[in-house]
Design a protein around this ligand. Structure first.
Ligand code: G3I
Length: 376
């Protein structure tokens, strides 16, 4: 080989090494100096039935949440029957892959069986008995995964949009201190676990004020709250980046971390009258509500990429208080947004398409991290 071509070959090897060192091999690597990147595992991931999905999860994420496997109805379907099979597998997967493992969720108004709130005759339980039931459940579940589940969504979605406490059965039977009690029981179950309050729509000022007041009260009572979880079930236009920015700043002032816990972006027309993530909301199927059944137009694909880039720009700005950004699902076909609030739509809310290929939004999110890395 002539000297020139040897030099050229060596240069090529050198350049490819430099490029490999610069281009991260996955989302988690791109953000390794900023925060953890998480995703929510469904049943097919947990049971290894979706091998392609599992490979993407290992490559891109260093934090996991269980989409449904740890909810009350999944692990404690009857008074004297716990079923930890899927939850155990989920935790084993996270431990084996050295991931940050989230427990979702202990006390919520949805996916909690009716028996939880009733006595043997179907009559509402007394406050004391419901508290005991809550304590037993929380101790048992948190205790089982002590030292393995790193952080718990202790109370989920306790507020109405107007900032008042939701009149759930927890609230009606126990009163507003059910939240304090839930955090205390979780802390007893695993004193080292991080404990979170998890909520959606905190960009709405009234709701945000309600949650801020709650966290202040909990802290004044000496209750350990590690972070507020901002779910971020967002749309292409709502909330604005300024609203997200202000929400993170306001919460950070409380002296807690702020995690992004359920990120996805709905690209379909709004089917309900207000912006919500309340899972019981339902709407009728109409053709104009499902415009992209045959594919996402490039213009919307680009809009989604731009929207994701904007959000990650805000998250990076706040990397001092954000510990984790978790997506609510892996690939578009997995998302709850295909069936909510209208069943059977074709939505495109995540970074991987239905074939598991990274979308332009994936590259946009990686590029935000690279851009940040080159700034002084
Ligand atoms: O398990 C049954 C299965 O046996 C049955 O064949 C199938 C038929 O529809 O339904 C399955 O249950 C579904 C379950 O997801 C598991 O796939 C329920 O119908 C469905 O309602 C349930 O939806 C979940 C929803 O929470 C319920 O509350 C979504 O997957 C999950 O993404 C969603 O997650 C919530 C967070 O926990 C809290 N924040 C909002 C977020 C989005 O709604």
């Amino acid at each position: 080989m002539a000297l020139n071509s040897k030099i050229a070959a060596a240069l090529l090897v050198f350049l490819s090494l430099v490029t490999a060192a610069q281009s991260p091999s996955g989302l988690k690597d791109a953000y390794k100096n900023s925060f953890l990147i998480g995703t929510a595992l469904n049943r097919a991931h947990i049971y290894g039935e979706d091998a392609r999905g599992v490979a993407l999860i290992k490559q891109n994420f260093n934090a996991i949440s269980p989409e449904n496997a740890l909810k009350w109805e999944s692990i404690h379907p009857q008074l004297h029957r716990y079923d930890f099979e899927a939850a155990d597998r989920y935790v084993k997967f996270g431990v084996a892959n050295h991931m940050f493992i989230v427990g979702h969720t202990l006390v919520w108004h949805n996916q909690t069986p009716a028996w939880v709130f009733q006595d043997g005759k179907g009559k509402p339980l007394s406050r004391d008995k419901l508290l005991r039931r809550m304590r037993d459940h929380v101790h048992k579940v948190v205790g089982r995964y002590k030292g393995r589940i790193d952080g718990w969504d202790v109370v989920n979605e306790a507020f109405e949009e107007d900032g008042t406490l939701r009149q759930s059965k927890w609230m009606k039977i126990i009163g507003e201190d059910y939240i304090t009690k839930a955090f205390q029981y979780a802390h007893e179950g695993d004193p080292k676990a991080e404990l979170y309050y998890n909520e959606y729509n905190l960009e709405k000022p009234a709701k945000r004020r309600g949650v801020i007041e709650l966290i202040r009260k909990l802290k004044a009572q000496g209750v350990q709250v590690s972070a507020v979880g901002l779910q971020e079930h967002d749309g292409l236009d709502w909330p604005s980046l300024e609203e997200v920015d202000a929400t993170i700043s306001d919460l950070a002032e409380l002296g807690v971390k702020v995690n992004i816990t359920e990120l996805d972006i709905n690209v379909l027309p709004q089917a309900t009258s207000g912006v919500t993530a309340e899972v019981t909301a339902k709407a009728e199927a109409r053709p104009n509500l499902n415009p992209y059944a045959d594919g996402l137009p490039d213009s919307v694909q680009q809009e989604l990429a731009k929207r994701y880039a904007g959000l990650f720009g805000v998250f990076l700005k706040h990397r001092g208080v954000i510990s984790r950004v978790s997506f609510w699902g892996l690939a578009d076909g997995d998302s709850w947004l295909n069936n909510w609030p209208v069943r059977g739509r074709t939505n495109y809310p995540l970074l991987f398409d239905r074939q598991g290929k990274p979308k332009p939004a994936y590259d946009a999110v990686i590029n935000v991290a690279l851009g940040q890395a080159t700034q002084p």
